[in-house]
Design a binder for this molecule. Sequence first.
Ligand code: PLP
Length: 433
Amino acid sequence: MTRDEVLKKRKDYIFSCVTHFYSEPLIADHGQAQYLWDVEGRRYLDFFGGILTVGVGHCHPKVSAAIKRQADRLVHSATVYPTAEIVGLAEKLAHITPGRLQKSFFTNSGTEANEAAVLVARMHTGAFDVVALRHGYSGHSHLAKSLTAMAPWRKSGVISVGIAHAVNPYCYRCPLKLTYPGCGVACAEDVEETIRTATSGSIAAFVAEPIQGAGGFITPPPEYFKIVFAIVKKYGGLFIADEVQTGFGRTGQKWFGIEHWEVEPDILTGAKAMANGTPVGLTIARPEVADSFKGSTISTFGGNPITAVAARATIEVIEEERLLENCARVGAYFRRRLEELQQKHPLIGDVRGMGLMQGLELVRDRRSQEPAPEETNELMERCRAHGLLIGKGGLYNNVVRLSPPLNVKESDCDQAIEAMDKAFAEMEAAGRR
Ligand SMILES: Cc1ncc(COP(=O)(O)O)c(C=O)c1O
């Protein structure tokens, strides 16, 4: 199909709420490692990876081979018949996830993973109220949209009761107008204030992303989650780490983002990069939490054999290619280069993130911190013209999100920096600050 045919059919047959990047949408055709090609044969260096999902590179040979082998053996069995593939994956996950997390429930997406996590937390604790964070994103279902605290994603008009939102640890735009470290991480105390004022007084769970992804790679200070954890326990809740973006090595050195804050979650959710692009949702919990799920439940596709082998192969690639280490090393290099870019280009107000999850918050003026959403779009278009794909996010749509595969090299980062440098310079020449 040509590009125009795809766009016509898209308009006629796809919900219009499904939005695309770029004024002229990019029609993706095929991918290999860190590169994506469009239908017109243009090659791009992919530094967004299908929203942090292509963790080990497009069509990694080991992952693709596992999928092909399994496709010829057994595509589907449903949860009514356990398979060696799924129990093997669950055992592996119990080993790589932090602390006492052991029993897994598999679904098809991050949304479902979070639904299951909140449901089992409510069953386990007997409490109903849940605290989430402002600027957090949890998915597209009724409950997940209610956990989400970013207005543009809450426009469904149907919002669940029993969810309260605390302020988030957004140091660049501190909701309490304080400055780290003199603030004493006062934002963490707001979780307690929220529980005391906006819930029944006891909670089923606290849900947070270790680094807020769609929110614009907002990275809490090192003390934040330990303080919050103690508060959550004081009010009887379970700590749910939503690792849909931060999981499976993305933050470098550790398998999961929350490990950097040295907190052991009661439940962890995963999706995206877990199976390198094959649909998957993971809810993993301590055994006593998992076993308090009342009644029986199924997910027809959850734990599908193809997904299971793709996830297992992805984890093995991360181990065999030592990608936790690579992500930390190359991520630190990339971060230094991004900070150099910030020195040159006044539009970059903040650089933040961990590992190969790095964000640039663009502002029209560094003093007023006025968000620069149009400039962010323009930067994306210009980077595309220079052969680089980047993402964006944030409440104001002014945060560039950079998340290449975990196996990129310093030279790939240099290319990305060069493309962004050119794009910023062009914008400055055109009068954009
Ligand atoms: C942190 C987080 N949680 C949950 C979700 C929902 O995942 P999915 O789109 O697979 O339903 C997302 C999706 O972007 C996410 O970023």
